[in-house]
Design a protein around this ligand. Structure first.
Ligand SMILES: Nc1ncnc2c1ncn2[C@@H]1O[C@H](COP(=O)(O)OP(=O)(O)OP(=O)(O)O)[C@@H](O)[C@H]1O
Length: 241
């Protein structure tokens, strides 16, 4: 279980607050959508959880351990097990989907295999299994520059899964996608979360959050203004955003 306690991020000499004492508990297998107006702190919260940005007060507690107090090893564990997917995930466009997924195993692959491109057959099988699960088997040998935005998002997700991600933090994963591709990406996330394979925390537009998330966090001016089970928002909840 993950606990966020009074997470506060301030910036600059004026200590401008970007996050104001966020409290939440996250359980395995949830698909959480963070919604809120532009500038409300959605990406900042996601990046703090991914340890990409520091915070000044509060704690992030994972399986009973305070991440900041657990030192280098604790942080490395999070960085290994939590994947941060940026809006436009970094993929090597000249490489195939399969090669990009296999790069996810680079920490476990001897350097000479990476250099020569030779991969162990069980790594290959593992990557192909994940690509198949995400509906990309027929694209495995296509170069990433030939793939659609939605397919690239799913390659990045496959890479995170092969890497052993338990938590995926995805910043606007459907941004710029056509409705069909966006639904495909979100269906993939929903399936992964409902199997309790991974917990997924996303920044999403409201209508996508209502349709796909198991839980919705509303953020406004760096404050968590609601935390509800995934469903259509009431007008009163919408008014808080
Ligand atoms: N390092 C920083 N220094 C100063 N201000 C920052 C910094 N990072 C973010 N901000 C500001 O904090 C606010 C929240 O930014 P954030 O990117 O988290 O918002 P957001 O809700 O994700 O917005 P959007 O929906 O437009 O992407 C914004 O006003 C942004 O300009």
């Amino acid at each position: 279980m993950i606990k966020i306690q009074k997470l506060t991020r301030q910036v600059g000499p004026e200590r401008t607050p970007l996050l104001r004492g966020i409290d939440a508990e996250i359980h395995q297998g949830e698909l959480i959508a963070i919604v809120g107006p532009s500038g409300s702190g959605k990406t900042t919260l996601l990046r703090c959880l991914a340890l990409q940005e520091p915070w000044q007060e509060g704690s992030l507690i994972v399986d009973g351990n305070d991440v900041l107090k657990s030192g280098w090893t604790g942080k490395m564990k999070i960085k290994r097990e939590w994947a941060y997917l940026e809006q436009n995930p970094h993929l090597n466009m000249n490489r195939t989907a399969l090669k990009n997924v296999l790069i996810g195993r680079s920490g476990q692959t001897p350097w000479w295999r990476m250099v020569t491109g030779m991969v162990r057959s069980d790594d290959y099988m593992g990557a192909m299994d994940v690509l198949e699960e995400l509906g990309l088997l027929d694209k495995a040998h296509d170069k990433c520059d030939k793939l659609s935005g939605g397919e690239r998002q799913r390659v990045a997700t496959a890479r995170a899964l092969v890497h052993g991600a338990r938590v995926i933090l995805a910043d606007e994963p459907v941004n710029g996608l056509d409705p069909t591709s966006a639904s495909h990406v979100m269906d993939t996330f929903r399936k992964l979360a409902s199997d309790e394979r991974v917990t997924i925390i996303t920044v999403l537009p409201l209508e996508m959050a209502e349709r796909f998330a198991s839980r919705i966090w509303g953020l406004n001016h760096g404050e968590l203004v609601f935390d509800i089970q995934g469903r259509r928002l009431t007008q009163a909840e919408k008014n808080k955003l």
